[in-house]
Write a protein that binds this ligand. Sequence first.
Ligand SMILES: Nc1ncnc2c1ncn2[C@@H]1O[C@H](COP(=O)(O)OP(=O)(O)OP(=O)(O)O)[C@@H](O)[C@H]1O
Length: 301
Amino acid sequence: MEPMVIEVRGVLQKRKHFQLGPIDLQIPQGYVTAIVGPNGSGKSSLFRLMLDLAKPDAGEIELFGERVGSGDDTMMKQRIGYVPEQAIDVEDSLRADQKAAFISQWYPSWDLNRYQELLRRFEVDTSLKLGRMSKGMRRKFDLAIAMAHNPDLLLLDEPSSGLDPIAWKTMIDAIHRYMERGDRTVLMASHIIDEVKRLADYIVFIVHGRVLGMYEKDALLESWYSFYIDTGEGAVNWKAMPGYRSAEPNGGSMYKVITSEALEAERWCTASGVHITGKQKLELDDILTALIEQERLRIRS
Ligand SMILES: Nc1ncnc2c1ncn2[C@@H]1O[C@H](COP(=O)(O)OP(=O)(O)OP(=O)(O)O)[C@@H](O)[C@H]1O
């Protein structure tokens, strides 16, 4: 098994109207892991805890085997590139190259050539003050800054927010290239299904501050299906179907049934004489919707 770059153990953060956790999570080295969840589910809060920008009420986080918040973390932070969800306002009056010059002092591995190459590819106008940049250009600049010291770990909070389609493709390509070496790690929060599908090896679903599971992406997309089933005259005990999630009438004696264990469910149907007339893979957003619904029912019960 590959080493873990991030280990989150029993992390809890209590706020007036929101509780994050307790969260247990392990992020493996050498892969892109995407955190997917609705607005306000706690994705940015989790990033901030990982970077010691906020303190948990309980639990602990380790990055590269070192406990976050336990002392001088300069070396640890030098191995990380972070793109926050919101650009930092206090830097608005700086020009791009002033910020880069400032940041480069913190990172012994700062690579000027790489920085300039990223700016060229993203078409960032470095003569502008940061506060004068459009939202998308600022985002591209932040990405270039986060990647220019060749970090071992990239933490990206909704990296494509504000990017036009061309910049989006450049970003996807830049992340693919960054991962080519094989030992680097990305943890990103994203709402963009296409982005998650193209980049992620693993997906973490987070809803209402709780992690609902971490899945290998390809296995996940192979296992969630809608089956269209003709029940004929008889009733079917849906709950006995492996991975059963929901069943809704679909006209006449037809039902649309969602399972998260497609292979086993299909075998079960064959063995039980249940006739599948059609099947369809679920997209990531449909899977998330089904998980959110289940979480709502769990909270209500
Ligand atoms: N500084 C803060 N003080 C109190 N509550 C906060 C603070 N920051 C965030 N919250 C609350 O914590 C919850 C989680 O917010 P967070 O920004 O982590 O979610 P998110 O999943 O990143 O959302 P989005 O997808 O909208 O970016 C929300 O209910 C939010 O209102």
